[in-house]
Every structure is written in structure tokens, then in C-alpha cells.
Design a protein around this ligand. Structure first.
Ligand code: SF4
Length: 274
């Protein structure tokens, strides 16, 4: 497998201006993978990326849903692929429950998080790197009178269990940033994942306790990222290595060229310019 290296000498903090759910999920999975992906910016070659047609299809579904919400004719895009047509029909027949309120598509929010650096790392603080910017992009956000609802479209084969979704950083970060950038109480927020293949919804509710827990964990992770000096590999035979694109670089055998639909961070954030 060919890896393309765009930068190779970046330090832990100088490369990071914003933190997304992807950064947090990968940091918690494997710090070496975080280094390869975000600090050295290694990526799969175009040839390898061609195997990820499913991701592209998922991206097209997000685009279709945005155009539909804007009242545009989506028939041409939907008819371009049988899956897209099936997913659109599933949504029209069995949409997720949605609250009443202002509806926002592909809505971006950011939240600055100051990080207290130790004296040992005061050099970083002197360079103004004692904070991170958390970034979220909501597929669909509804802001109601007394509630706010985040909706996320997933094109996985089957619905992902509630607890797995609840513990993923996409859910934790999206709800946390919404709680911190609006006047809603955490208990007034929820996140609905809608799975296009089965038209199933999985709803994750929120609470002050969960919000506090996320805040504490974020402080720990961001401080660790800011102060990281090296980035250890996972132990040999770790299951996370089995489908990692950096297996050969880590001497963990050949890459298993297979799309993993169970990993929710495999669905890329779709950024659509106005
Ligand atoms: S192969 Fe394993 S150790 Fe290496 S980056 Fe991937 S997950 Fe980490």
C-alpha cells in the first residue's frame, strides 16, 4: 500500500488548530495512528481510495438530503444510483421523528477550549498554543422552543447499537458543543441517528451529568495531545490494527483491503460550500 506524505516534521500542537470528533476517536484508539494521520498527514494513495466507493455514496446521500431540505429537485441525483433511490424512498416512507423548530443543514459550530499548560510546557503557552478549537458539522439541526435535536444520516448496512453510538466521540462532542454554544439545558438536547438501509432511528438523550463528564474528559485528552512527546503504537495483535491503513508502516502485516461499516467515524464529514 502506498502512503503519501505531505508533511513529516510537524510538532504535536503546531499542526492542530481545530479538533473534530475524528481527532478524538483516533486519539483514543491509537496515538501512533493520530500522529500518522493528523501530524504527518499521511494518506492513502488515490488508487487505494478508489476502494472506498461506499464512502462516496454516503457523501452523495448527505448532499441529496441537503438539497431536498432546500426544496431542490433531487430526482436526477437519486436516480444516479439504486442505493440512493432506495435510501430516499426509505426516508420518505419512514423518516425519523423530528421536533418543530428552525431547521439548519450542514451547520457548523465551533467552541474554543483553553487548556492550562504546566510550567514544564510553558514554551507552548508562550507560542499561544494553550487552547483548542472544537469543531462540529451537523448534518441537520433543529432548534425548537424548548428542545434542540441533532440528526445524523448513516448509510451503514445495519443500525449501530445505542451504547456504541452514545460512547462515540461524534455523539459526545456534537451534544457538548451544542450545549455550550446555546442556552438550552443539556436535558433539552438529543441526537438522532437515522440509518438509511433499515430506516431505523437510534436516539441518544443528553444530561448535565454527561455534559460534565465530557468536559472533564476533553480537558484530559486535549492536555495529553498538547503535551505529547511521542506516540506509542498499540501492542502487537491489537484488534484495532486489523483494518488500520497504517498496518504495513507499523509492521503489522498487509492491509486488509476492506471497508468497515461498523466504524461510525469512517463516514466523512461533508463540507458543502454555500
Ligand atoms: S497499525 Fe495499529 S499501532 Fe499502527 S497506527 Fe494502526 S492501529 Fe496504531
Amino acid at each position: 500500500m502506498v502512503l503519501q506524505e505531505r508533511k513529516s516534521t510537524m510538532t504535536a500542537t503546531s499542526a492542530i488548530t481545530s479538533i473534530s470528533q475524528g481527532h478524538l476517536n483516533i486519539w483514543e484508539t491509537c496515538q501512533r495512528k493520530y500522529q500518522y494521520k493528523y501530524l504527518q498527514e499521511l494518506s492513502l494513495s488515490e488508487a487505494d481510495l478508489s476502494t472506498q466507493e461506499k464512502l462516496l455514496l454516503g457523501a452523495n446521500f448527505h448532499l441529496l438530503m441537503q438539497q431536498k431540505e432546500l426544496g431542490l429537485d433531487v430526482s436526477v441525483l437519486a436516480s444516479s444510483n439504486v442505493k440512493l433511490q432506495l435510501w430516499l424512498t426509505a426516508f420518505e416512507n419512514q423518516p425519523p421523528k423530528m421536533i418543530v423548530g428552525d431547521r439548519l443543514c450542514e451547520h457548523r459550530r465551533i467552541l474554543e477550549i483553553p487548556i492550562e499548560m504546566s510550567l514544564h510546557h510553558s514554551q507552548n503557552r508562550d507560542r499561544g498554543q494553550g487552547y483548542f478549537v472544537l469543531t462540529t458539522i451537523y448534518d441537520f439541526l433543529i432548534l425548537g422552543d424548548r428542545q434542540a435535536q441533532i440528526l445524523d444520516w448513516k448509510t451503514h448496512q445495519v443500525a449501530i447499537p445505542h451504547d456504541q453510538l452514545k460512547n462515540n466521540w461524534q455523539t459526545r462532542l456534537y451534544l457538548y458543543v451544542l450545549a455550550k454554544t446555546t442556552s438550552y439545558a443539556p436535558e433539552q438536547l438529543s441526537m438522532t441517528y437515522w440509518f438509511a438501509n433499515t430506516a431505523e432511528s437510534v436516539i441518544v438523550c443528553y444530561s448535565q451529568e454527561e455534559c460534565d463528564r465530557t468536559e472533564k474528559k476533553l480537558q484530559q485528552i486535549l492536555l495529553a495531545i498538547a503535551q505529547a512527546q511521542d506516540y506509542p503504537k498499540l501492542p502487537i495483535n491489537s484488534s484495532a490494527c486489523d483494518f488500520c491503513e497504517f498496518r504495513d508502516r507499523c509492521d503489522r502485516g498487509d492491509f486488509v483491503n476492506k471497508f468497515l461499516p461498523s466504524s461510525i467515524e469512517d463516514i466523512p464529514e461533508i463540507i458543502i460550500s454555500a
